[in-house]
Design a protein around this ligand. Sequence first.
Ligand code: GLV
Ligand code: MN
Ligand code: MN
Length: 412
Amino acid sequence: MALSINAVRLIGRLDQLGQLGLAADGRRTRLAASDADKAGRDLLAAWIAEAGLELAVDRVGNMFGIWRGAAAASNLDPVMVGSHIDTVIDAGQYDGCYGVLAGLEVIETLKASGQAPARPLVVAAFTNEEGVRYAPDMLGSLAFAGGLSVEAALATVGTDGTTLGAELARIGYAGPLQPGFITPHAYVELHIEQGPVMALDGVPIGAVENLQGISWQRVSIKGVANHAGTTPMRLRHDAGHAAARVITFLRDLARGGGASVATVGCLAFEPNAINVIPSKATFTVDLRDPDEVRLQQMEAALVACLAEVAAQEGVSVATERLARFAPVVFDPGIVGMVERAAGQRGLRHRRMTSGAGHDAQMMARLCPAAMIFVPSTGGISHNPAEHTPSPDLVAGANVLLDVVRRLADSPG
Ligand code: GLV
Ligand code: MN
Ligand code: MN
């Protein structure tokens, strides 16, 4: 008979975790390794203990709840599920948290069923998935998968001048274990879609077969500060205007067809005064495309644009790489399992490309990995209005349960 997760417990925990990091103005922000993140981690650690799982924390703060169960005596690699509990600024409550809490729910459900799987099960909450405070994004899972040294990860300087290592130590989550201390048999991440496709199609389950490449850079443009009233337009070296040209160029570039997207999410002028021509503009560029060649073409177009703007505006330009990840193709075997599990529960499903970055893209370096999506109402995410109806959240968790059972009983 099909097992099902405890819907009331899952939804209740999502709401409870979602209360942490809420400011007096109602904005929810739990940046990686902040006090609010510590509160979220403490709550997760309590739930892991309550579920009777072993809590493990690695040196970059990744948290794991491990159930060895009947598999304790075997040396079979575990099946890992999970995501992250850090958030962007002014976030919703489902991004990442859903994958972690549904993963915990799946393990608790299996534990209570008395049907212990052949492989151990692990739920993971990776550090700094969002990359808002410390770049790159997916930093914890990248380090876990061996793509970033522990030393480099801990030395990462945040937007507020802190270092990740010092902040993890301060909040008590600089653990003893070496990232990568577990080699999973497989990794499956359940996540809200964070886009409009599934809600528009009325499809409750997405079998995610690939994830687009991500290119993050910081651009600094230096011009000359001067008087806003006395400096003729033709004699200006306006870093602000130069930035505006680049921002407009990127929008036009990405709208030129295909699946490319381009975003400037941070912008700062110096000296930032109403009557002073900006001497400096600093902004971030987030470019994404499922096709590596097209992503490289966008990066090259940005280089050419910056050179042209520098020459025409008489400004100087510098760029700093913050993140660069190639597109990832997920394991077709697990993608097929997601489709079959959804079909067996009578749930419509479709194949998806992930537009967002996820820890699964890093874990795919270590083991077969894939993702399951559920719809996001109105396609809204990275926004407090982010929402997924409870029946969809429960359906996704039950599909995760079925896929995990299958993987955990698979030999080899
Ligand atoms: C993570 O949320 C990302 O895709 O930027
Ligand atoms: Mn996420
Ligand atoms: Mn996110």
